[in-house]
Design a protein around this ligand. Sequence first.
Ligand code: FES
Ligand code: FES
Length: 133
Amino acid sequence: MIYSEKVIEHFMCPQNAHSMPDADAEGNFGDPSCGDYLTVYIKVKDNHIDNISYLVFGCSASIATSSMTSVMAKGKGLDEALKITEEDIIEALDGLPESKVHCSNLGVSALRNAINNYLVVKRMEDSYENSNS
Ligand code: FES
Ligand code: FES
């Protein structure tokens, strides 16, 4: 299997790979077919991803794609970050071998899950505040 230099770079030196105890939200995604699993943590400021990190249990491609997902999402507005696709991640990594294409789904799905969890809690807090003002 041939990996691009970018994939190897992100696998050898993953960016933002740590937990985040004070995260505003977290999201999870697991691939049942291979057992790989990812948790994404986000910190949100002014509707933007102020900080992002993750813990991943998986193959080299899932580590590289998680790393690239975090790099691409950092600083983006929540709406923009929700639009990041598997293809965007693969393209930014200069491609993935065919058998590893599904690994790009982990980061994207866990990121969307984290953002959606954040939005659900925020909506609940907002409606609570409105009903008490
Ligand atoms: Fe499980 Fe990727 S197949 S580590
Ligand atoms: Fe399943 Fe990599 S082999 S996520």
